[in-house]
Design a protein around this ligand. Structure first.
Ligand code: SF4
Length: 619
């Protein structure tokens, strides 16, 4: 008798960036938890190979799936990958009609209208996944009647089968790390949960709603995980617990980490409330190997804090931050713009307070996302909140703040910090800091079109391309758009979740770039949605040049017009030329060079691209 083993492929697509920075941190922990629950059940559950999952183009991923022909594909959906996951689900349905597509992750909730109106998937897993996934696989291909699922009704409408009340305790969940389920997707960093659930109930979050109470993992399990990490040469552990210091048995956990990391082979990172830290705890953390913590302050406005159910005790906050800094632990403080109750002046006040007290090593300001199933989402109309109707659901208006004021908050941040709040990434192919040995398992990151004979159909290559692709044009090719325009358009149609950068000769003129910008206007991508970025919201299609040690991003003509938001508000914008240089200022020759090209010079902005973190793929 021939026994057919089910083939299941799991994936978590990365937050995309032209420099692959976040791809290098795309650790598919949730999918590894699903794999772990099926170990020993005779099912062939594998994670999509790391180079494809984290770096591959849409067609590179699809090409792999078409070769393997899985029975089921599971995608873990977050804010940044939902649309791409839905796109892939649709393609899988078209090409592999018998393959079941299962979506899970924080974006899968019965209140996510974007998901329900766009989702061409078979079933959604709502909340913690392992238990539901286990039963789903046991009854495959039949979709069981059980809570915790988003299923299609007879007329095709989605319905939610209700919250799962019988979820297993943490002690019954296998460790994906101890079972080796993550090994193929790890490099030097490990993400670890020591607890599930959260003691807080922030109104803009729905993580806490999935758990009636905290579910800590046992100290024995954590000890075994950390010991294995030391043995495997992991350098850094990031604890994912939302309030690390609020974990039951926190002191015991610190003692355990001190015992296991006695030689300081590992550095630790965590998110916590500064108020939970006193000098004794901070000293212990410093000795154990904590090097960085992230602290969510969000706002210091009492009315706002009340609305979002957060507390703030200034003296204890400052004491916590100082105690950590005294131990050499870097403190990253987060604020949110767009919270209900905060006017522009309040956001400024929150920033001023942190700056005045020097209570940070890194200060970040993030725009609020109005996430489905959160308390703010449920009360959005009472609170007069409006947001983008698609990911990342950025708030565009509150009772106290308009979109232009939101943008002004980010400009204020830049003035205070003398820093770019959201620097554009340096495409890998142009980055002089990128290691020449850096490889992506043969994925193509750059293409040179120097002569007309080089301009070959990209469809021949797209099974091998990375999602961030740079095409270098000669002046001869640039000036013959009929050679390449249809080719690039076809590429973007088949790989809509691409970040394309075009390098043109420094001698080019804005009119030479017009066909490229026309193409850019037809390309809509998640990376183009952040209307709060002061220099440009358009980041998925970039045009660069290089000369005399400078690299610059040409201003996108769309920056010359106000950006119209879906709720009708207009956000003022202006053209910006970002210039990366090793010097302190933009050289005069470059200003002269650009003044020959623009009647009115765009803003010239010194550009410091984010640090390259030199990933190394597992071989
Ligand atoms: S935002 Fe963080 S602290 Fe607040 S409820 Fe969610 S997980 Fe907990």
């Amino acid at each position: 008798m021939v026994v057919t083993i089910m083939k299941i492929i799991l994936m978590q697509l990365p937050l995309q960036g032209s420099d692959f920075f976040y791809s290098n941190e795309n650790i598919p922990l949730a999918t590894a938890c699903l794999k772990a629950i099926t170990v020993g059940q005779g099912k062939d559950v594998v994670l999509l190979p790391q180079h494809l999952m984290s770096y591959g183009s849409d067609q590179a991923i699809l090409g792999f799936l078409l070769d393997v022909k899985p029975d089921a594909v599971g995608l873990s959906c977050y804010l940044w990958n939902l649309e791409r996951s839905i796109f892939l689900a649709k393609q899988i349905h078209r090409e592999l009609p018998t393959c079941t597509v299962v979506l899970g992750g924080p974006e899968i909730t019965p209140h996510n209208e974007f998901l329900l109106s766009h989702g061409e998937f078979d079933v959604g897993v709502v909340g913690q996944g392992e238990y539901t996934w286990d039963i789903l696989l046991s009854s495959f291909p039949h979709i069981p009647d059980m809570p915790g699922l988003l299923k299609r009704g007879e007329r095709g409408q989605w319905h939610f089968t209700g919250m799962n009340e019988n979820e297993p305790s943490a002690s019954n969940l296998p460790s994906p790390y101890l079972l080796g389920c993550l090994d193929s997707h790890l490099n030097k960093i490990l993400w670890l949960e020591t607890v599930r659930g959260c003691v807080h109930q922030c109104a803009y979050c729905h993580y806490h709603k999935q758990f009636k109470k905290l579910k800590p993992f046992s100290l024995d399990r954590i000890e075994a995980e950390v010991r294995r990490a030391v043995k495997k040469g992991i350098e850094e552990i990031v604890f994912l617990d939302p309030c690390f210091a609020g974990r039951p048995g926190f002191e015991k956990l610190l003692d355990l980490l001190s015992k296991v990391n006695g030689e300081r082979n590992l550095s630790f990172h965590a998110e916590l409330n500064a108020e939970d830290i006193d000098p004794v705890r901070a000293e212990k953390m410093g000795k154990i190997g904590f090097t960085q913590v992230e602290v969510g302050l969000q706002s210091i406005n009492r009315e706002t804090l009340k609305l979002i159910h957060r507390r703030f005790r200034p003296r204890r906050f400052l004491q916590g931050v100082r105690s950590l800094q005294d131990q050499g632990i870097e403190v990253m403080v987060d604020l949110i713009a767009g919270l209900p109750g905060d006017r522009l002046a309040d956001i400024r006040k929150s920033m001023d307070w942190v700056l005045k007290h020097d209570a940070f090593d890194t200060l970040m300001l993030y725009p609020l996302s109005l996430l489905a199933s959160t308390e703010l989402h449920q009360h959005a109309s009472d609170l007069e909140l409006s947001a983008l109707p698609y990911p990342p659901y950025l708030v565009t208006r509150t009772r106290d703040l308009s979109a232009p004021e939101m943008c002004e908050a980010f400009r204020y941040y830049e003035r205070c910090m003398e820093d770019d709040v959201a620097p554009i990434e340096m495409p890998f192919a142009l980055d002089p800091r990128a290691s020449p040995d850096r490889r992506f398992h043969e994925l193509i990151t750059k293409i040179h079109w120097q002569g007309r004979e080089d301009v070959q159909p990209l469809s021949r290559l797209w099974n091998q391309t990375a999602y961030a692709l740079t095409v270098t044009f000669s002046q001869e090719v640039l000036r013959q758009p009929s050679l390449w325009i249809a080719n690039l358009r076809e590429y973007l149609e088949h790989n809509p979740f691409s970040l394309l950068s075009i390098e043109v000769p420094a001698e080019a003129f804005p009119e030479d770039l017009a066909p490229l910008w026309k193409l850019a206007r037809g390309h809509s991508h998640f990376a183009d949605r952040d209307y709060t970025v002061p220099h440009t919201p358009y980041r998925s299609f970039l045009v660069f040049s290089r000369a005399q040690g400078l690299i610059w991003k040409w201003p996108d003509p769309r920056e010359s017009c106000s950006l119209k938001l879906p709720d009708g508000q207009k956000v003022p914008s202006h053209p910006v030329c970002c210039v990366a240089t090793t010097g302190e200022t933009i050289p005069e020759w470059f200003t002269n060079h650009m003044s020959k090209r623009y009647a009115s010079l765009p803003e010239m902005r010194l550009w410091q691209p984010p640090e390259d973190n030199s990933p190394v793929l597992n071989s």
